[in-house]
Design a binder for this molecule. Sequence first.
Ligand SMILES: Cc1ncc(COP(=O)(O)O)c(C=O)c1O
Length: 285
Amino acid sequence: MKILWNDQIVEESEVKIDTEDRGYQFGDGLYEVIRIYDGVFYMENEHLDRLWRCAEKVRLQLPFERAEFSQRLHRFAEEVGIKNGRLYFQITRGVAKPRLHNYPDPNIVQPVLTGDIQKVDRPTKQQENGVRCGTVADKRWLHCDIKSISLLGNIMALNEAQEKGYDDAVLVRDGIVTETSASNFWMVKDRTLYTHPDGELILPGIAKIKVRELADQLGLAIAEEPFAVDFLMTADECFKTSSVAEVMPIVEIDGQKIGNGTPGEVTKSLLNAYIQDVEETVTKM
Ligand SMILES: Cc1ncc(COP(=O)(O)O)c(C=O)c1O
């Protein structure tokens, strides 16, 4: 497998990660996942906007200009040659010795970039059938808006849900539904979409941006406001969104069927609109 390693494209076996890399030591780094359809990076600008925003928040000085970085990613995708997949890259704060918690001098310590592209297909079967979730306490930190490589809180929540036999965790903080372990969460009631507002308690998803736009086009109202688990349990429909899952119906939560236990009409119309938008974007490029 080819790896993007700083400004080089190398074989996986050639990559050297220093044991003192702050990503490895402290989880001190950021990442992004961009879906590639037919060679086109879907919503690339929004992903790069988020990366730059997150870098600012954690005072990580990105060692490249945005246009050059974009070209680097596209060159990498061309060389790998996977037309339908996902690009995953991460940028750590770099290798600093001795191992101290304070941010190292960015003039001395350069961030380390690694990335790979793997083939992924649209999860059609799951989109048709929906997934089952369980509620799990959201015990993550209070910077969930930062796309940090430190995902232990998300990993623990997912595994807690899976140990109970569910596909994913719906995270609940102080009685309020935030998101799922790796997607934004939405519920539908009386043709209004409810989802947690952006802020420090959730990751502002890129698929979420698109779904807002599509909901508008479909004449659906959106209430971006905190809502409680009790209200969730009265939902007509539920779904989650992410760049890889797109619009994924949730048909059961904590063993209770949502609606009639199959993907709802609003969810299906949003998924269809999302797929159509992908197709139109690919055709335009
Ligand atoms: C916690 C969390 N929320 C939401 C998302 C959805 O983000 P996006 O739509 O940008 O893929 C992700 C994606 O990885 C995530 O990890």
